[in-house]
Design a protein around this ligand. Structure first.
Ligand SMILES: CC(C)(COP(=O)(O)OP(=O)(O)OC[C@H]1O[C@@H](n2cnc3c(N)ncnc32)[C@H](O)[C@@H]1OP(=O)(O)O)[C@@H](O)C(=O)NCCC(=O)NCCS
Length: 245
């Protein structure tokens, strides 16, 4: 428990450029205070002293403006920057070294039973005012933009922005969804099909013209030429009787 509390303290010093020393963080940082009090409340919660756990958690909420349910599972090195307005639900799971800004909600949609709250991987950042709602996972090293409302799973190493949130970067690169070059455009496809058909018709017209020219040339050279043979009956398949004119 003391190792975890030390890791939380060090994480604040690493992540917050305004934090000057351990004493300042320990006594004056409300986000750190909320996490410290959560750790104590969680101990009572898992040792089946739920009333005391809840009482400690409500006291912490009153003092810091951060409400963390004592049943939530939180890894080492969580930093809650500025604190005020953060709500973390009972079945939330948070990995190691996550960063959460003010007014973040890790909550449920009201539609799920059992596991109702999100799971954050390791090194996840949730920007100020963002809402992550539902029992899905936000992958390791992902970033949720300030003001985003996340309603579905976010893959690792991604950036999600907007309402509802959409992934705009994976490993710092725009995802394929935004690739306009390989996007199948139905209008372009139809135009391409028509273009091919017109080309084919052009070739057929050319062939017919050349056949007509050949026939007319033959008539010009020998007007008394022998009769032309025309297939009859089943026609072009050659099985029918041949007739002479
Ligand atoms: C999302 C964030 C982490 C940047 O992540 P990133 O991976 O570096 O993303 P980028 O800055 O490259 O932006 C990616 C795209 O998302 C957009 N974007 C960034 N932040 C956004 C936000 N909060 N809302 C909507 N769109 C946002 C960018 O305009 C960019 O758009 P584009 O694809 O059209 O170019 C950062 O913008 C953010 O929101 N940080 C929160 C910090 C915070 O809460 N601070 C509070 C201090 S008190």
């Amino acid at each position: 428990m003391f190792d975890t509390m030390r890791a939380d303290l060090n994480a604040v010093l690493q992540r917050d450029p305004a934090a000057r020393n351990r004493m300042e963080v320990f006594f004056l940082y409300s986000g750190y205070k909320a996490v410290r009090k959560y750790r104590r409340a969680h101990w009572f919660h898992i040792h089946n002293m739920k009333f005391i756990a809840r009482w400690l958690s409500q006291r912490a909420r009153h003092k810091t403006g951060v409400e963390i349910h004592p049943g939530a599972t939180i890894g080492k090195g969580l930093v809650i920057d500025h604190g005020m307005g953060v709500v973390i639900g009972e079945t939330t799971i948070i990995g190691d070294n996550c960063l959460i800004y003010q007014n973040v909600t890790l909550g449920g949609t009201g539609k799920d039973q059992g596991k109702r709250h999100p799971t954050l991987g390791n090194n996840v950042m949730v920007g100020s005012g963002a809402k992550v709602l539902g029992p899905f996972k936000v992958g390791d090293n992902s970033r949720i933009a300030a003001g985003a409302v996340v309603l579905s799973e976010i893959p690792p190493n991604s950036t999600a922005v907007g309402v509802p949130a959409r992934v705009v970067r994976v490993n710092g690169v725009r995802p394929d969804l935004l690739d306009q070059i390989h996007y199948s455009d139905p209008v372009a496809q139809e135009l391409c099909r028509m273009h091919n058909e017109i080309q084919q018709l052009g070739l057929e017209v050319q062939y017919l013209k050349s056949e007509i020219n050949k026939n007319s040339d033959r008539h010009k050279i020998s007007p008394q030429s022998p009769a032309v043979t025309v297939p009859r009956g089943s026609g072009a398949n050659g099985k029918g009787k041949e007739d002479t004119k």
